[in-house]
Design a protein around this ligand. Structure first.
Ligand code: ZN
Length: 439
């Protein structure tokens, strides 16, 4: 186990001013410290009540040309470059206060934000950092041809292939993303745009702040910009910058290897969404470290007061957690003494899948019992849908059985989503339906 890494925020408030890309207005951005577990939030100082917006994928609004987040009617545009800098430089918690609806565009790179972060300083806080660890490969594919694959890795790495139509400017770069590497290799890479794409926007006055000072413009084979290219492969470096910024919307640092081909904001955001979904799924399944007693759970005797089942058909040892009225977690320790192992299979003991479904049904029944306790009706297991057996369960395994009430129609039927988990991996799952009958 590596030593725990701690969360970080900025040491003091630091600010920088510049031009907003879309409106062309002057904007001042202030980077401020924030407490642990706060994450990154944008604050609109120019609006009444100074609303804040969480830099989270749930708040993603649009991905055309730049990444826009919002809550209610409040928006913040072009957040990807500052988020990239904050994430890569290791800032977990901060308030980004602005007096406009987007940060200053600077020179079209993340360099001004890195300078700002260094001016503010980065300081450790006293809570460990919460990572997203990639356990199994994930991928997203977009109609644009973008393909992003996320592989397990104990570091945050990106391998990116950038290619334009006709394979113009095909560039490849692979690296581990650390603050030092980001500052040196990625932050200075500027935005690049196509002449044909920006001309209509300029005519419509949609990018009043746009100029050759904050973007590289590609026209045919010509590369136009105020200063020469900063790297021979500046384009792929900027693509990596955008990937880091868009994935920062996951809200926690990633330990994994992103392999990207022709990435764009839409595909990046789609991957961020898949990661966030997986994180939610995992959090809902995390087993508590201590076994609660009393109101927090039920011991074997209490379980048997609710369920009519008895050994060997009692498939739950105890209930370790109720969460609100609709979630429950039970535990079953599987030993070689289980009678089903004698015949399933001799010399090769594997727990039958149907016994896992039975375990789910018993745990879900306890949840329903809690719901109907005061009524005169009782829930009966009626059917199962989408049952999948993902991994074998062996003697010695401890199964955490999770059930969540997903639908209840009056006092007549209930639907539950159930998972059996061993060593943090789902071994089986299914949707179980119950009907209520009079006692
Ligand atoms: Zn960008």
């Amino acid at each position: 186990m590596p030593a725990p890494e701690f969360q970080h925020t900025v040491g003091k408030t630091a600010s920088f001013s510049g031009t907003a890309l879309h409106t062309g207005d002057k904007v001042t951005l202030k980077l401020q410290p924030a407490p642990v577990d706060h994450g990154i939030k944008f604050k609109r100082k120019d609006l009444q009540d100074e609303p804040t917006i969480d830099a989270k994928i749930e708040n993603l609004k649009t991905v055309e040309r730049a990444t826009t987040i919002g809550e209610g009617s409040v928006r913040v545009h072009t957040v990807e470059h500052i988020l990239s800098a904050l994430s890569a430089m290791g800032v977990d918690n901060a308030i980004v206060e602005m007096d406009a609806n987007e940060p200053p565009i600077g020179d079209g790179s993340a360099q001004p934000y890195v300078d700002l972060i260094k001016k503010a300083g980065v300081t450790a806080q006293d809570e460990p950092r919460k990572f997203f660890d990639v356990r199994e490969p994930m991928h997203v594919e977009a109609k644009t041809g973008a393909l992003l694959v996320l592989l397990p890795d104990d570091k945050f790495r990106i391998s990116c292939t950038q290619a334009e139509p006709n394979n113009q400017f095909t560039q490849f770069l692979s690296m581990e993303v650390t603050p030092a590497v980001f500052e040196r290799e990625i932050a200075p890479a500027r935005t690049f745009v196509y002449y044909e794409d920006v001309t209509p926007l300029m005519e419509k006055n949609l990018i009043k702040g746009g100029s050759l000072e904050n973007a590289i413009v590609v026209r045919g084979d010509a590369v136009l910009s105020k200063e020469p290219l900063r790297f021979g492969d500046e384009f792929v470096r900027h693509k990596i910058l955008d990937i880091i910024g868009d994935l920062a919307l996951v809200g926690r640092p990633i330990r994994g290897h992103v392999v990207a081909a022709k990435p764009g904001h839409a595909a990046n955001a789609e991957l961020a969404r898949s990661i966030a979904r997986e994180q939610t799924r995992r959090s809902s399944m995390a087993a508590p470290r201590t076994i609660p007693t009393g109101d927090g759970g039920l011991d074997t005797d209490e379980v048997m007061q609710i369920l009519p089942h008895r050994y060997p058909f009692l498939m739950v040892d105890r209930i370790i957690n109720f969460e609100g009225d609709n979630k429950i977690t039970g535990v079953k320790s599987v030993t070689i003494n289980e009678p089903f192992f004698q015949g399933h299979f001799p010399g090769h003991p594997v727990m039958p899948g149907v016994m896992q479904v039975e375990a789910m049904a018993q745990v879900a029944s306890i949840l329903l019992y809690k719901l109907t306790k005061t009524s005169s009706r009782v829930g009966y297991f009626m059917s199962a849908d989408g049952v999948k057996f993902r991994k074998p369960v062996f003697p010695g395994d401890t199964i955490f059985i999770h059930a969540e009430l997903t639908r209840a129609r009056g006092n007549r039927m209930a639907k539950t989503k159930c998972y059996c988990v061993v060593n943090d991996a789902v071994v089986s799952e299914g949707e179980l339906m119950f009907t209520f009958l009079d006692k």
